[in-house]
Design a protein around this ligand. Structure first.
Ligand code: NDP
Length: 334
């Protein structure tokens, strides 16, 4: 598979270029950026032959079969629709778009064109998350009563740009991290949140956008989810706890980009450490995407997953802004 990168971003440089090149026979032919000098230096630094500001140039390259979109959030919709119109398969970064309607439009366009649209919710590709999901599915903790997600981090210096001061680009911790946590809850519990209540605030970093949020979601099963995201917590650590009628699972240090952390299962039988696969998350995600393009299975997170996780994040923001309980509006999903 030959690829074009749309967006000369940090996430591509730190994780996705390597994940794509880890797949046998996969090459990156283009990087597309709105800034010519940035595209050139990015391409040179990362050994990519083609650098352009012309999206059409990369998309009309007949050798390109897939694109990875990691521009700022407000560009995802138009770039994805253009790639789909050119017949390319797409991995688009989260949040899929700025609104649920836009995200649904992207999913529908991919369906109509017969191409794969994946959302880069990498945590679904983590061995730790997959191990916990299997424990829950196998009934090891009985009926799930609650899930508590801890995802308050310290935003690294080199990422303190648009996330902190530009709502038009999709800044704020809710589109950045709550959307991931929504996907984690949906993945672990195999269900979609119904209602949310929330609060958000600026705790030292955000300038015009929230940098912290706490919310509670109700699931159709009756389980409750508590979710905490922040950019401003240097020592909080991350993880989640799932509590059931017959046991609890403690997953510590697992809300990361790397296959780290530990899992403990606690039941009447005692405490046991749960082993998990430590494959690279992004490499696993790209492999699953490529299999889907060959007709084998689904991407780890589909376009529809991206829509639903975005819908939860938008409900959290609406609930926090309006000070009231919000029913999650998933729109017209396919
Ligand atoms: P960056 O800020 O690194 O890059 C975003 C865009 O900013 C680039 O695409 C580029 O615009 C522009 N840009 C960046 N550096 C320069 C520069 N030196 N000169 C000119 N323009 C520059 O974003 P991130 O990598 O942090 O995030 C990109 C996307 O990926 C977001 O949607 C984010 O939500 C998502 N993300 C996902 C993660 C995951 O694990 N799934 C983790 C981190 C981010 P242009 O498009 O014009 O090239």
């Amino acid at each position: 598979m030959n690829w074009a990168l749309i967006g000369a971003s940090t996430i591509a440089e730190e994780h996705m270029i390597r994940a794509i090149r880890a797949q046998a026979g996969n090459r990156i032919r283009w990087v597309v950026s709105s800034d010519a000098a940035h595209a050139e230096s990015y391409a040179a630094r990362n050994g990519i032959d083609g650098a352009t500001t012309d999206l059409g140039r990369a998309l009309t390259d007949p050798q390109v079969g897939s694109v990875y979109i990691s521009s700022t959030n407000e560009k995802h919709r138009a770039q994805t629709l253009a790639a789909i119109a050119a017949g390319k398969h797409v991995i688009c970064e989260k949040p899929l778009a700025m609104t649920v309607a836009e995200a649904n439009e992207m999913v529908e366009a991919a369906r109509a064109a017969g191409v794969i649209l994946a959302t880069n919710h990498h945590l679904r590709c983590s061995g730790s998350h997959r191990a916990v999901r299997a424990l829950i599915r196998d009934g090891r903790i009985g009926r799930v009563l609650s899930l508590r997600i801890f995802h308050a981090v310290h935003l690294p210096e080199h990422l303190r740009g648009w996330r902190l001061d530009d709502p038009a680009s999709g800044g704020g911790v809710i589109p950045d991290i709550t959307v991931h946590d929504a996907d984690v809850a949906r993945f672990l519990l195999n269900d979609d949140p119904e209602n949310v209540v929330a609060q958000k605030c600026v705790s030292g970093m955000g300038q015009g956008v929230e940098d912290s949020a706490m919310s509670v979601w109700s699931m159709p099963s009756g389980a409750m989810v508590m979710s905490h995201e922040s950019f401003s917590h240097p020592f909080a650590g991350s993880g989640f706890e799932v509590h059931g009628s017959a046991g609890s699972i403690f997953a510590r240090g697992v809300m990361t980009q790397r296959p780290l952390g530990e899992i403990e299962l606690v039941t009447e039988a005692g405490r046991i450490a749960v082993p998990f696969d430590n494959s690279d998350l992004y490499t696993t995600g790209v492999a699953q995407f490529l299999a889907a393009t060959r007709g084998k299975g689904e991407p780890a997170a589909s376009g529809a997953d991206g829509v639903k996780s975005l819908a939860v994040a938008i409900a959290v923001r609406e609930a926090a802004e309006g000070g009231r309980r919000i029913r999650v509006n998933y729109g017209e999903t396919t």
